[in-house]
Design a protein around this ligand. Structure first.
Ligand SMILES: [Zn+2]
Length: 449
């Protein structure tokens, strides 16, 4: 690429955003050579926090997504992973396995001092993904704003996190931090630009603004509704560009989790610490994390509880059970290590606490144990909560029109994408949704977790 190319690319991106796209029959590769568009094109658009219920609300204007449903196949809901949190969910969407296998346990993980550090680097994902499967096949890939993709094997990559060493494109285009791909409008422009210029076979695109609005104002707020409508228009712009180049492209819209209104935030560490202080004398175990006998690792509507020394576990378990019996703690369930493994959660924790809807876990270690929330929303509850279900819509050649496939398993999305691209699934992936002639639901596999 010449030194001027980035400027041309940016200008092109502006035109893409403001004018009708040009219906190019050819695409240029990064090296400048022209290549005919093929039918092997898939665009996956994730709308963070898009509850399927949004799609059935008649007060919302969502013409792009409703058009995809009319022209394609959609799920009533997607059963997600433990926990129903953004980074583990997005990693399951591209890997087809649970967090216990891909290793992205939440959005961030505790370091040795107990401070949470965001997952960012693709190398932190322990299982192969569709990006690995596609890499080396001759097909090209792009990812814009997709979590945990720093240093991913992607040809055209704009990460939502620190771009150091992130990608050929990120290295070539130097942005001030404020212009990193953190804004949905920017992500939409970048997606259209990359499609127009490079025509990748597989694009992952993540829109994040709806999640932010739902956290701040709640899933039923006007702010969330307006944001969903604005994202719908961005989806339309990307589809128009993709279809101009690849009329037979497969378009998939997904989300990572549902949402629920939040009314109370519980600092679980506070009563656990008080109980330990009252108990006081136990010297069991060497502390693994900066002197902590336990660590509450919040995943919003749930929390991992780490107990470094196994001898402390009975005491912590008793205390958690005691807290569960209190009405003012909002605890729904306590999963043992074995139950957590069965639920596909990460293996480091001794327990996972699942909260009742409306209750969240804060990471606070002091202050009041319970704080009331005036308005807002959260997710991260255990995935069998129906309100945590996410979205799946798919259109493309041979995909049935206006077809409701009921409830599906999030792990089925990755092998389905590989099937469409004609790429072999990675070992350990579940079976794809049937896509020959029409997509069939595989309800049984949603249960076989
Ligand atoms: Zn999310």
């Amino acid at each position: 690429m010449s030194a001027l190319s980035p400027f041309r690319a940016i200008l092109c991106g502006v035109f893409v955003a403001t004018l009708m796209p040009c219906a190019c029959g050819m695409a240029q590769t990064a090296s400048g050579e022209e290549r005919h568009a093929t039918s092997r094109h898939v665009v996956i658009i994730s709308v963070d926090g898009l509850k399927p219920e949004f799609l059935f609300r008649h007060d919302l204007k969502l013409p792009a997504m409703r058009g995809l449903m009319k022209q394609g196949t959609y799920a009533r809901g997607v059963v997600g992973v433990t926990p129903t949190v953004t980074f583990p969910s997005h990693t399951t969407i591209i890997s087809g396995v649970t967090p216990s296998r891909h290793g992205i346990c939440s959005n961030a993980h505790p370091d040795n001092d107990g401070h949470l550090v965001s997952y960012a680097r693709y190398s932190e994902i322990k299982s192969p993904t569709i990006l690995d499967a596609v890499h080396g096949t001759g097909l090209t890939t792009a990812a814009i704003g997709w979590p945990v993709t720093v240093d991913a094997p992607v040809d055209y990559l704009i990460t939502p996190q620190a771009p150091d060493g992130a990608s050929p494109l990120a290295r070539q285009i130097s942005f001030p931090d404020s212009l990193r791909a953190v804004d949905d409008d920017a992500r939409s422009i970048w997606a259209s630009l990359i499609i127009k210029r490079y025509n990748p076979n597989l694009m992952l695109l993540h829109f994040n603004d709806l999640d932010r609005m739902e956290h701040k104002y709640g899933p039923d707020s006007d702010e969330a509704a307006q944001t969903a409508q604005r994202i719908d228009a961005r989806i339309d712009a990307v589809i128009v560009m993709e279809k101009a180049l690849n009329p037979d492209a497969t378009i998939i819209v997904v989300s990572d989790h549902g949402f629920a209104p939040l009314r109370h935030d519980v600092a679980l560490s506070v009563p656990l610490r008080e109980a330990l202080d009252a108990n006081g004398t136990s010297e069991a175990g060497s502390d693994k994390r900066a002197g902590r006998r336990f660590l509450v690792w919040s995943t919003d509507g749930s929390a991992y509880v780490l107990v470094p020394d196994a001898r402390d576990r009975p005491f912590i378990q008793t205390e958690l059970q005691r807290l569960k019996n209190r009405d003012d703690m909002g605890i729904d369930r306590i999963l043992s290590e074995t139950e957590l493994a069965q639920a596909g959660g990460c293996p480091d924790a001794a327990f996972m606490v699942g909260m009742k809807l409306g209750w969240g876990v804060s990471g606070a270690v002091d202050g009041p144990a319970v704080r009331d929330i005036a308005h807002g929303g959260t997710h991260g509850y255990l995935p069998d909560q129906p309100s945590m279900r996410s979205t799946f819509i798919m259109t493309g050649p041979d995909i049935a029109h206006d077809h409701d496939i009921g409830i599906i398993d999030m792990r089925q999305i990755a092998p389905t994408i590989l099937h469409i691209l004609g790429v072999a699934p990675e070992p350990g992936m579940v079976s794809a949704l049937g896509v020959s002639g029409h997509v069939r639901a595989a309800r049984s596999s949603a249960d076989a977790r």
